[in-house]
Design a protein around this ligand. Structure first.
Ligand code: UDP
Length: 476
């Protein structure tokens, strides 16, 4: 009978690596608790998800279903089923719009499988109505921190950025714990990009109709904001992360997102020869693409710092090498390693030679760095990345900002960060002085707390259990 069958959750990730990776991890986590899980995706996104879960111990509880994605009909190139493969920025809104074409296939899956609950990405706003049609609770996955959620909500309500007269003048985010100071350039809402305003409105409305949210975070990391979200804003949330920690062995950590572009022996052997905390890992997530001139500044800054680095660049040899100063790789031989394409990020971050992480502060990267216990150099670009920078630098005190003064969207990004700023921050974060040591110690302590949170009886583990129990009670 249904009461005795396992709980069944259907996961529906947005087709972008920063959204798919944590939700696939989440499916694995639930599967490890004996929950039956189904991951919905499009045909071209399925093979890699398959490869990822194949390595998971609980793969027999995970099932992948595909929904046809008529991208050509929607005005996208053939085979464009992931934000990663959108050839030009003008097609981004088309991609978002086209995901509405998945609704029919989604509803078909609901009627066939009738899961206990749906966990779908915030961008799939229509999934609230679809789930309601079948009387199935929908849970939203935003993929961001609760700190960022709280800041976003307070910004939308109070619009504090309207009360300052210049971009450099700071203001306090009203009604939020911790006297959070910001400037306009850090605020998403300030940019008034019509398309995004409309999208955010829809996301808000659809969330109102949903049962609650699942969060990739842990209580000890942002307790004030988790309490604020639940108690002051009165919303239902379960924090069950860091999700990356559900990948317990190397094979699972390696197969996250995409095929890795470097032989594992190459980077591992390279790092094995380095001293503890002596290498900075430089990577900007799955979407950010810097202009050639910004990349050159990074190259010069890294070399000038005299420190060792692993730098992940979203280029292939076929793209030409204009972005690299001449003879660069020869000059940095032994000191720096460039990975062109996709890096096994979690594995690299966990290597003891890594002493800092220069990141765009995407939430997954930020939390992976926290879980690995490394301090940060923060270089936010867009979305809520400036809020994550706040959390890392001002609240957790485990980061040094590179000094970004410009919010950017899309590709060919140039935030005019000069090589001197890169040199300075790399030296600062890897220094052997007290200030850097303090950040390292704080980062290590957070890593310990992160691991404890996901252990049996830890805060995230308890939230996970209580969420599963609640689904059980909804069966009536
Ligand atoms: N990632 C990776 N290798 C890369 C680049 C990214 O494994 O070379 C992973 C990274 O570990 C993280 C995700 O891709 O899980 C990026 O998500 P994030 O939220 O940091 O940034 P986004 O890509 O959404 O901007």
């Amino acid at each position: 009978t249904i009461e005795h069958s396992p709980i069944h959750i259907m996961f529906f990730p947005f087709m972008g690596h920063g959204h798919m990776i944590p939700l696939v991890d989440m499916a694995k986590l639930f599967a490890s608790k004996g929950v039956k899980t189904t991951i919905l995706t499009t045909p071209l996104n399925a093979p890699f998800i398959f490869k990822t879960i194949e390595k998971s111990k609980s793969h027999s509880n995970i099932n992948i279903q595909t929904i046809k994605f008529p991208c050509v009909e929607a005005g996208l190139p053939d085979g464009c089923e992931n934000v990663d493969s959108i050839p030009s920025p003008e097609l981004v809104p088309v991609f978002f719009k086209s995901t509405e074409l998945l609704q029919e296939g989604f509803e078909q899956q609901l009627s066939l499988q009738h899961p206990d609950c749906v966990v779908s990405d915030m961008f799939f706003t229509w999934t609230s109505d679809s789930s309601a049609k079948f009387n199935i609770p929908r849970i939203v996955f935003h993929g961001i921190s609760l700190f960022s959620m709280c800041v976003s909500i307070c910004m939308a309500i109070y619009k504090p950025y309207e009360n300052v007269s210049s971009d450099s003048e700071s203001f306090v985010v009203p009604n939020l714990p911790g006297e959070i100071k910001m400037t306009r350039i850090q605020v998403m809402d300030y940019f008034k990009i019509a398309e995004w305003i409309e999208r955010m409105k829809k996301i808000g409305e659809s969330e109102e109709k949903s049962y609650g949210i699942l969060v990739n975070s842990f209580y000890e990391l942002e307790r004030d904001y988790i309490d604020y979200f639940r108690k002051v804003l009165g919303k239902r949330a379960w924090q069950i992360g860091p999700l990356s920690l559900c990948n317990i062995d190397e094979e699972q950590k390696k197969y996250r997102g995409k095929e890795v572009s470097i032989d594992e022996h190459e980077w591992q052997k390279w790092l094995d020869t380095k001293e503890t905390n002596s290498v900075v890992y430089v990577s900007f997530g799955s979407v950010v693409k810097f202009s050639d001139s910004q990349l050159r500044e990074i190259a010069i800054g890294l070399e000038a710092s005299g420190q060792q680095f692993i730098w992940v660049v979203k280029k292939s040899k076929n793209d030409g090498e204009e972005w690299l100063p001449e003879g660069f790789e020869k000059k940095i031989e032994g000191k720096g390693l460039i990975i062109r394409g996709w890096a096994p990020q979690v594995l690299i971050l966990e290597h003891e030679a890594i002493g800092a992480f220069m990141t765009h502060c995407g939430w997954n990267s930020t939390l992976e760095g926290v879980a690995a216990g490394v301090p940060f150099i923060t270089w936010p670009v867009s979305a809520e990345q400036f809020y994550n920078e706040k959390l890392v630098v001002d609240i957790l005190k485990i980061g040094v900002p590179v000094g970004v003064k410009k919010w950017c969207l899309f590709s060919e990004i140039d935030q005019s960060i000069q090589w001197e700023a890169i040199e300075k921050t790399v030296r600062k974060i890897l220094a052997k002085d007290e200030e850097a040591e303090e950040k390292r110690n704080k980062a290590k302590e957070l890593s310990r707390l992160a691991r404890k949170a996901v252990e049996e009886g830890g805060s995230s583990d308890l939230d996970l259990d209580s969420f599963i129990a609640e689904l059980g009670s909804l069966r009536g």
